[in-house]
Design a protein around this ligand. Structure first.
Ligand code: ADP
Ligand code: MG
Length: 398
């Protein structure tokens, strides 16, 4: 993908305009209360900027997976309430995504007001990128702003389709994401250390290959490391690994032999018989996993090795946890390496739902230079794929 600079809201006139902002307000709810408002806070700068400059802001977002039907528990009312508190002004929540009532409310709205449409995935046309839904959304506004990086890899009506009808520019969060992720690809600090973990090699093959070309060192952990170790011929007992990806893993190992990037695999593993909190475990080398045991985390020697590489890094990029961090004590490997990244002076970028959750749980998220709000979107961006929700945004001409 050729990475081009996008026009941001700051470069367009918004006074007196109705601006449809695609936000990612897909937050966890429990009993109608927002449990984590990181995503809501993420879009505040864009909303405030537009309001201060005299726009009327119409927000649109999905929440959960209602699959084209009205699911009452997935209405956006709790989000509107929370957002209103954060903004210190009312947020007018509408009970439909499009239609007469919405059009009426929008027609009544004035500069400085905030409206929130209903969960856009209640509409069956959203995920199909239905042109009719896109046109109806576009009719509500003069300008479209995409600030939902996390869904930018989806070509949906509210992320891409709508931009066929009205001018489309990037929100402030979107610009930050594009700049931070592009910096990793185009101006990497050296040495560039890429850390890749998580469950499956097959999910992340593109990113693995990309960083094998770009990075100086690639540190692998998690289930992904198990598959690569299995491809090297180790018998990993009952460990999770992808049998169907063994050939792919072998190809990757061959490719890494030809690349100047140093690929590091765990030199020791935490193994357990049961995956439950505080289960007893052992530390063994990869050739010594007994039958009935599974590798659930990287071992302390590996943490030391990986931390050393991180300490020497000029830039660190990280996706995927290095062990089953949800089940203590198998968070230790992820924690050890996370501490090294937190202490490092290198510019660090972390993306991926689970690894970000791990860093937040450890209280280390604020020690990372940039936390991407994307999971799949971040991976696709790093792979070099064109993201539909970004492709539709106006490009800077100069
Ligand atoms: P991210 O969301 O950061 O991209 P993934 O979704 O790819 O990460 O993977 C996260 C999952 O991988 C976690 O649920 C974690 O428990 C699992 N995982 C990590 N290491 C192992 C392992 N050794 N065996 C089984 N699962 C693992
Ligand atoms: Mg995940």
């Amino acid at each position: 993908m050729k990475i081009v600079a996008k026009v941001s809201i700051e470069q367009v006139e918004v006074a007196g305009k109705r601006v449809l902002v695609r936000a990612d307000l897909n937050v966890p709810l429990a009993d109608g209360v927002v449990q984590d408002d990181t995503r809501i806070r993420g879009v505040l700068p864009t909303i405030k900027n537009l309001l201060e400059r005299g726009a009327c802001v119409i927000l649109v977002s999905h929440l959960g997976r209602p699959k084209g039907k009205v699911v009452p528990e997935l209405r956006l009312d709790p989000v509107a309430e929370h957002l209103s508190k954060l903004l210190g002004r009312p947020v007018r929540k509408l009970d439909q995504v499009v239609g007469e009532e919405v059009e009426k409310a929008v027609a009544e709205s004035k500069a400085g007001e905030v409206l929130l449409l209903e969960n856009v995935r209640f509409e069956p046309g959203e995920e199909k990128n239905d042109p009719e839904l896109a046109a109806r959304l576009a009719r509500l506004a003069d300008l479209f702003v995409n600030d939902a990086f996390g869904t930018a890899h989806r070509a949906h009506a509210s992320t891409a389709g709508v931009a066929k009808h009205i001018p489309a520019v990037a929100g402030l969060l979107m610009i930050k994401e594009i700049e931070a992720l592009t910096r990793c690809l185009e101006q990497p600090g050296r040495p560039l250390v890429a850390i890749l973990g998580g469950a499956k090699v097959s999910d992340k093959i593109g990113v693995l290959r990309r960083f094998m070309q770009l990075a100086d060192t690639l540190l692998v952990g998690g289930g992904m490391a198990n598959t690569l170790l299995a491809a090297k011929g180790y018998d990993l007992g009952d460990s999770f690994y992808e049998a169907e990806s063994l050939d792919l893993a072998k190809t990757l190992l061959e490719e890494s032999g030809q690349s100047r990037c140093r690929l590091e695999l765990p030199v020791d593993l935490l193994i357990a018989q049961e995956l439950k909190p505080n289960a007893s475990y052992q530390v063994v080398s990869p050739e010594a996993v007994p039958a009935g045991w599974k590798a659930v985390d990287i071992g302390p020697e590996t943490v030391k090795e990986y931390s050393k590489a991180v300490a020497a890094a000029g830039m660190v990029v990280w996706n995927g946890p290095l062990g089953v961090f949800e089940v203590p004590p198998f968070h230790q490997g992820t924690e050890g390496v996370a501490r090294a990244v937190a202490e490092s002076r290198a510019y660090s970028v972390v993306g991926g739902g689970d690894v970000v959750a791990a860093l937040e749980k450890l209280g280390l998220a604020d020690k990372i230079s940039f936390i991407s709000t994307g999971g799949g979107a971040t991976l696709e961006f790093w792979e070099g794929k064109e993201l539909p929700g970004i492709a539709v945004l106006q490009e800077k001409t100069s």
